[in-house]
Design a protein around this ligand. Sequence first.
Ligand code: SAM
Length: 214
Amino acid sequence: MKNSQRARDRMVETQVAARGVHDQRVLEAMRKVPRHLFVDEALQDQAYNDHPLPIGEKQTISQPYIVALMTQSLELAGNEKVLEIGTGSGYQTAVLAELADRVYSIERYPALAQRAKGTLQRLGYNNTVVRVGDGSLGWPDDAPFEGIIVTAGTPKIPQPLVDQLAVSGRLVVPVGDRYSQELILVRRVAEGITKTNMGGVRFVDLIGTWGWKE
Ligand code: SAM
């Protein structure tokens, strides 16, 4: 079966672990979350392939490996509050929900947010909250967050997200031009922040106050 447990196990083994993602909790979460239920029925046969897929509104569900890499960089132990910018299909939200205490996710397209909410609810991810808005401004009412993940590319790191990071918190964000970005890991330390470049990626635009103009 193309959408079976075997398909997920194979995806994790050949696309994720084989490329060096080693956090066992992340690998386990990706073996568990039924990725095919986050895409249109017509695309379900491709859900475990090694590439992004369209989800409507000219947006995409990210490649499994990139989801794993970004998730691993947050170093989640299970008790964290995590903020996601760019809910999209809700797949990344579900992976985070397996690994953290609570996940807050913001999507700018109401139709995508609505669908993601329904999928997450049906699958029992009750520790997630999805809302519509400009995620580049963060979610100040529930800050600080131990982990923040931005799943869209931005010309600069949105300052509100840095401000909403807990001490020792991690923020992962693709920064660059509209065609390619570098995945930057920001860590808040007592004296300020540190930044690590995790390599090249390609994401759709973060559109908003601290991202690209429409
Ligand atoms: N994490 C998603 C998933 O697992 O399906 C993939 C997200 S897709 C690559 C990027 C998403 O970011 C799109 O759904 C897009 O509409 C959303 N987006 C772009 N700018 C945004 C903003 N300022 N606030 C919230 N969402 C935004």
